[in-house]
Design a protein around this ligand. Structure first.
Ligand code: GCV
Length: 843
């Protein structure tokens, strides 16, 4: 009983599945001491059920009830005692005309808070703003701050959208959510909108609490069938569950829908029948969803249809939709991610460059777009890589507004199976000064509209939550969604400040919990960059398959244009004007000059802009190749520390989330070594230049499986070669043969950590057992494809390579070490190597 009470006090009693994310409203420490500083009743002004002010009242009741155990009543007019009054400015001024003078100026969605001795005034410029104000107040008190304050908060930019890449149907190459790692779509199933949209409503609640005002629910690779009458009705149901949270619905369109769905023989944007068809679509959508946000369009990119099919400009394409939206007040986000993945030729053309495409296509169109067109630009010129320069297109649009597209789902950055806190990367990008006209021109000042004065600007975040209760597949990844909303509202906030808030709301107030999460999170992006692609070479994931595991060779020799141009002596893309693709020249002169010159190009983008020998000296004094080697050792060794750091939290947070995170951090630690060895081995083989510290290719604790005594197992040459230690692994001889790999240990007697590197393909669930002197050390299953959520793969490669470690195992000199592998389905229980590591050693 006593321990139960103690747990209740520290708020750990209940296991948590992550569904409530940062809106848990868990009891704050010493809650009862603060009751006098809280309101006793909620007064909602202009509150209609199903609209944000009403929701705000409900959240205040639930929030204060959960956080402090104080039960509030809801009243329409002022009751006795302290109150929380929430509503729009206009409703408030209607009732209190004399109060108007004292109120600050608010822009759309902005809010004003005044907290004084338990009385709380929450006013929004609109209903949505009032709800934002209520969430903000709740967040402040949830962090234990019940003191008086006054705050005026206006968003930095009007467009703060989320994009989901949800498919109408599961299956195909991308499953239910393209680049989604948190389960199936919460919106669609089997070609239709789900009947049960409970999760969609919960999602809107989370998004509203961080200031997001619209969600595009369907994939930018859009299926035309989203526009059938039945699916339009379904979209209206989604809009209905969003509306109480002030979240508007946006829809992705397939440019060829007039032909694919409408039966026309053309989708030429200047053809009258096409224009009329689209007008009919807009009218029909707005009949059902009068407050629809608008459209998102990907055109002429990666095989998608677009206006260029008919030799029309991208502006012709965007304006077609813009005009149909104008009578309804909608806007269109038109993506700048336009390139032809079929025609780029690396071998024949030194100057070919996918990075050039956006500016090449959009230059000259700035004054051609309708006023309700916004150009949505990925932060970098290629595709959400671990390090990219800011896209120069932001400097070419001065009349037309832009949104910066950030990616919360970690497509190239570990797919939520690796912790990578992205706020520091986004901050670097947003703070980058593009020096337009030699004047301060940070990216954040451009996307807020302040630099060039456009009205419609802002942020678009690709989120891709799914039905998993953790939303994104990992509890820690949710700090990225939180940070996205916070930065879109106010890019001046710091990465650590945002993290602190998120950690308190998600995991509570324990200082050690904060210290650990801060350390892991703040070290995670640098570590990931270190053990993936360095010096601006891009992430180096396999770009032809799942974009997940290491495969440096996959970048080159194909028309996708994410080239490294690595050969035996040199590496990097020459993007200079004098000798390369000319990309550097797309920037304003000061920035162009910086990138043009190898001396002034920062090391971390060296290989993005220059083609150099592996022996090129960096500003650090190291050569490029030695930097690669060192960085991979450094980054992967940082990833090992995440496990031990997290283990300090045992018993300090609920078991469910503790175990969930621990499992993934252990996996990440192992996979970071796969990254390290693959990338290092690949460039060592290419360059022939040994690691000065003699680590690359030398692994003294390893026993290669193919060199063990094999029964039922056979040696198998892995492709790409660098994905296996010694280029080989073992696989069972048939799908039903049990394999054993045995060896006699030569190490001195003692305790060791035994690490088995194996491959967990999505073709079955093999089992492995590890024995020392016939005693079972451990047994595991090849089921990571269900556990991790990252892209499944049927291959033996860097994507499926994984490590299982058993710590502190006692062995004797001459002990027999044996692995038994039982294949399942088409997965032949592959093993790469076993490391017998003196305790605490990593290799
Ligand atoms: C939705 C990358 C991704 C694709 C994505 C595309 C885009 O190429 O790999 O999955 O498609 O970007 O942003 O349109």
């Amino acid at each position: 009983m006593r321990s139960l009470l103690w747990l209740a006090v520290v708020g750990l009693a209940v296991a948590e599945d992550g569904l409530a994310a940062w809106l848990r409203y868990a009891r704050v420490p010493s809650a009862s001491r603060h009751l006098g500083k809280l309101p006793s009743a909620v007064v909602t002004l202009n509150a209609t059920k199903g609209y944000p002010v009403h929701t705000a009242g409900q959240e205040l009741v639930d929030g204060i009830g959960g956080l402090f155990g104080k039960k509030l009543t809801v009243a329409k007019s002022k009751p006795k005692g302290t109150t929380a009054t929430v509503g729009t400015v206009s409703a408030y001024v209607d009732k209190n005309p004399s109060a108007a003078k004292g109120l600050p100026d608010l822009v759309e969605d902005g809010f004003y808070l005044k907290i004084s001795k338990g009385n709380v005034l929450i006013l929004g410029q609109n209903e949505r703003g009032a709800l934002y104000g209520a969430f903000h107040y709740l967040s402040v008190i949830a962090q234990g701050n019940v003191s008086d304050f006054t705050l005026t908060s206006n968003p930095d930019a009007p467009v703060r959208w989320v994009n989901q890449w949800d498919n109408m149907q599961d299956g195909g190459t991308h499953g239910s959510v393209e680049r989604g790692y948190g389960g199936d779509s919460i919106f669609f199933w089997d070609g239709h909108i789900r009947e049960d949209l409970t999760r969609a409503g919960q999602y809107a609640r989370l998004l509203a609490s961080i200031g997001i005002n619209a969600v595009v629910a369907n994939n930018v690779n859009a299926n035309a069938s989203i526009l059938t009458p039945e699916n339009m009705d379904g979209l209206a149901r989604i809009a209905d569950v969003f509306r109480p949270y002030g979240v508007q619905l946006g829809v992705s369109l397939n440019f060829a829908a007039p032909q694919l769905l409408g039966g026309l023989d053309t989708f030429d944007p200047l053809d009258k029948t096409v224009v009329n068809w689209w007008q009919g679509i807009a009218d029909n959508l707005y009949k059902r969803i009068p407050d629809m946000a608008g459209y998102l369009v990907k055109a002429n990119s990666e095989g998608q249809p677009g206006p260029m099919t008919y030799n029309r400009t991208l502006a012709d394409g965007a304006n077609l939709f813009a005009r149909t939206l104008q009578p309804h007040g909608g806007i269109i986000l038109f993506r700048a991610f336009v390139y032809d993945h079929r025609s780029l030729n690396q071998t024949l053309d030194w100057k070919a460059d996918r990075a050039n495409a956006a500016v090449d296509y959009f230059d000259g169109l700035d004054d051609k777009f309708e006023d309700n067109v916004v150009i949505q630009i990925k932060y970098g010129p290629i595709d959400f890589q671990v390090r990219e320069p800011v896209s120069p297109l932001f400097t070419h649009l001065r009349r037309t507004g832009a949104t910066v597209e950030l990616q919360i789902t970690q497509e190239y950055l570990g797919q939520q199976a690796h912790v990578v806190y992205l706020a520091p990367m986004w901050k670097e990008l947003l703070d980058f000064d593009l020096r337009v006209d030699n004047k301060p021109s940070t990216l954040k000042s451009i996307v807020s509209g302040k630099r060039f004065g456009q009205k419609l600007t802002g942020y678009a975040g690709v989120v891709n939550v799914g039905t998993n209760t953790t939303w994104l597949g990992s509890h820690l990844a949710m700090s990225n969604l939180y940070a996205y909303g916070k930065l879109a509202w106010d890019p001046e906030q710091t990465s650590t400040g945002i993290l602190k808030e998120w950690t308190t709301l998600t995991f509570g107030h324990d200082k050690l919990v904060h210290d650990v999460i801060t350390k892991i999170s703040m070290e995670s992006w640098p570590a990931y960059e270190d053990y993936s692609g360095n010096l601006g070479i891009q992430t180096l994931t396999d770009i032809l398959l799942g974009h997940y595991g290491p495969n440096p060779g996959s970048q080159d020799g194909n028309p996708w244009g994410q080239w490294t141009r690595a050969d035996n002596d040199t590496i990097g893309m020459d993007r200079t004007v004098w000798n390369g693709t000319g990309f550097a020249g797309q920037y304003p002169p000061e920035i162009a000059a910086m990138y043009e010159n190898i001396e002034t190009t920062p090391d971390n983008l060296l290989l993005w802009f220059h083609h150099v020998p592996y022996t090129q000296k960096l500003k650090s004094g190291k050569t490029v190749i030695q930097h690669f080697y060192d960085a991979h050792y450094k980054g992967s060794s940082t990833a090992q520390t995440f496990v031990t750091l997290w283990e300090k939290l045992k018993g300090r947070i609920d078991k469910e989330r503790y175990e969930h995170v621990l499992f993934r951090l252990i996996y990440q630690a192992g996979h970071s070594l796969v990254w390290r060895d693959s990338v290092n081995q690949f460039y060592f083989n290419k360059s022939g230049i040994p690691d000065e510290l003699g680590r690359v290719g030398n692994h003294k604790y390893r026993i290669e499986a193919e060199k063990m005594e094999l029964k039922g197992y056979k040696s198998y040459r892995v492709s790409p070669f660098e994905a296996a230690s010694g280029y080989h692994c073992v696989v069972t001889e048939t799908n039903s043969t049990v394999g054993t790999a045995t060896t006699k240990l030569k190490v001195p007697s003692g305790k060791y950590d035994l690490a088995v590197n194996y491959y967990d393909m999505a073709l079955g669930n093999s089992t492995w057992e590890l024995f020392v002197d016939r005693k079972l050390v451990g047994k595991w299953k090849g089921d990571l494809e269900y556990e991790l959520g990252r892209a499944p793969s049927p291959y033996i490669d860097g994507q499926t390579a994984a490590r299982k470690t058993f710590r502190g195992v006692r062995v004797k000199k001459g002990s027999e070490l044996k692995v038994v592998g039982r294949p399942d389905g088409l997965e032949p229980a592959p093993i790469d190597y076993i490391s017998v590591l003196p305790e605490g050693t990593v290799d």
